[in-house]
Unconditional design. Sequence first.
Length: 530
Amino acid sequence: MIPGVPAIWLILALAWFATLGLRPLLEPDEGRYAEIPREMSVSGDWVTPRLNGIKYFEKPPLQYWATAAIYSLVGVTEWSARLWSCALAFLCIPLTYAFARHVYGDARVAMVAAACLAINPYFAIVGQLNLLDSGFCFFLVASLFAFLRARASEPESSPEMRWMLAAAVALGLAVLSKGIAALVLIAGTLLIHMWLAREVRPLGRWHLIVTLPAFLAVTLPWFLVVSWRNPEFASFFFIHEHFARYLTDVSQRVKPWWYFLPFVLLALLPWLSPLWRARSDVQWQRPAADRAVIQSFLWIWCAFVVFFFSVSQSKLVTYILPIMPPLSVLIAPAVVKRASAITFASWVTCAIVAVGATGLFVVAQRDVGHIPQALLVWAVVAVSLAIAASLAARFSMVAAAAGVVLAFQALILSYSALPPHQTSKGLVAAVRPHIGPKTQLFTVDQYRQSIPPYLGRTLRVVAFRGELAFGLDQERHGFIPTLSGFVEEWQTAKDSIAFLDPPVFQALRSRGVPMRTLAEDGGTIAVSRE
């Protein structure tokens, strides 16, 4: 049963945003992408991104701008920090629905495509996190879908120009979300498709006199202004963050070539049975010409994105997120042919949730000898929601999708309680009563990304560089490069608190450095001078 269209999106939205403010900011990415906009809104400098007061040029600013604007309206909270990224991840679901309905001309197939994306374990987890990848995925896929809508329009028609203009603007927003990889992915897919189809006709339909200025109007201003204010930006952003990261192991994220394949399998796992059973239909039923072109283009897109990032010397699990909406469009016809496919998929995701919860129990028992209560409670909630979703799938695919979404959120909440803590929220809450407006704050031999946004303060960095290295080379901002330098300053400090890596704490205590423990969470020990 499919309820009315407005009810569909209301139900899914309520499920998608249900725990936005319940989950703590996880290390490291959620803390980082909460803090940069906070500093932007406090400083009023919306051109030069800063992390802990230090120049941070690894990514473009669109998400920082959006989140800083949200902060200015509602303040800095966990849900406001996540709102932009999670909202754009959610919008991928109706985007998939709309495009699938265009391709297949069938509301049920379109709804199944949307359900395939919502029930996708990979998408359901990544889309809940405060990452740049969700915005990048939404705008990049919107550009891809708009281009294909333009290609299906009459040549030189107004609809063709409007869709191409939409594609250009969305592509510009994708570049402002995460960088020039957006151009490579679109261009690579287009060139491969033209080569396989033996045609160059799409090149003549770009309306460059309109689309190129629109793309440049979106992207160029910030790149020009930030380069003018920071002459070191261009070399670091384009050379180091794109070419060096892709071609060398400078980012220390080298993984085997097959690294992304298990995650593609995870995304497809709920749908493997209907896909296998429908293989003969896929092989022999030939769709209309326009549909065949779109489907072949989307398959090339999925393959090229996985290939492009598999070749890279820097791999992160979230990189292949942009294949998930197109993949859902592609598999929907096979899924809709099997009446029990949604129910089967829901039970598969239930098994995935149960395996994930069991894995958390095993890790907690191994590392600390017991299972924390919060971890246990949320794991039980996750499995219960997954079971409920599977039972509801017989009556409503929307209810099944909503239940699966909630189950994975509960699993993330369970993970956040895994020792050592994946967030500094509890640590900061314990330390906050000891911090006054003039208290000096140090972070020693580590930089926990979630501490500054929870404190609403930056920290003085001691004996740590990490991803702050480039910014520290440009601006020292009270940086103390050695432990001996820190000890010398600490000895004379009055109102000071330091967040230390546990081995460093033990080393300093053995040297007789005066420290009073305020709180600890397994990853950090907070101490005061007196």
